[in-house]
Design a protein around this ligand. Sequence first.
Ligand SMILES: Cc1ncc(COP(=O)(O)O)c(C=O)c1O
Length: 337
Amino acid sequence: MTNLNLSRRDFSKLMGLSAGYAALGLPEAKASWLPAASSSIATVVRLSSNENPYGPSPAALKAMTDGFSLAWRYPDEHADLLADELARLHSVSVDQVILGDGSGEILKLCAAAFTNRDKKIVVANPTFEAISRHAGVAGAEVVKIDLTPDYSHDLKKMIAAANVAGLIYICNPNNPTASLTSRTEMADFLAKVSPATIVLVDEAYHHYVESKDYESVIPLVRQYPNLIVIRTFSKIYGMAGLRCGYGITQRANIGMLKAHQIWDSVNIMALVAARASLKDPDHIARGRKLNNEVKKSVCAELDALGYRYIPSHANFIMIDLRREVRPIIDALRTRGV
Ligand SMILES: Cc1ncc(COP(=O)(O)O)c(C=O)c1O
């Protein structure tokens, strides 16, 4: 960051022209728990996948250092312990938890288990595209339903399009719009959707939300056998490079997902770091606070510059740049962003 030779104001203007913004807070917010930049790769501001530049909890870093000596062993016990801890965190039984090599692996497993030539997938437009790609490989039809004018999922249209589809994917908050689908809409939708349709709710950005209109649907897994909820350690936990995510659903679905999964897909470093992270909830609170402070400051700059953007409930913002994006990406790249 320091070699960018930009003032805070210059940098915030620069970031105001991009979708990522969180690194803006780093020069002032750079805290003792941040790992030192160890290579030129670390000096590039890279936020295009909504990474968390504040990094993992110091407890996770220590757990990984201590974990080197475990590298010769398969990770079974640590996977079991993490699944157990997640089950307790979410008040479900351990056989309702599936770990993944990032939540991306679980998206792939869902596509493999619940979509095919006869079972389509219904997704929002736009939304995180990974599962549509996987479902496409499985030969499934991908039906895209535009977000509503206020950028929530159009759940009524999604149900109508599903017509007992294989799977409906809801990303909440949604990537790339950072918008919410409200808890009342979600509850109403789950009560109406056919039990034969799998509903996959992706809560990758859950921890960033402060709105009272939002609620996780994990507690509803008990009530709805067709509901699968996924979370990740890649965002607020700052562990994108480690690859660890998980899903919560009823036992029968876990069996169907695991049938497609390789054994030991989550590595020992990710497991020990994830376990340590769960024991450091302050890291989450601190990350949310820093993110929301920076978000406010970026939005103030955008307002001052007259740019329109979608109010963000995550760690990224979708901005109307009023021009071609490619030259802006190139300009950012020359500045190490
Ligand atoms: C909405 C959403 N879901 C899932 C993922 C995949 O995350 P990971 O595989 O790192 O857990 C991402 C990554 O950007 C995402 O934005």
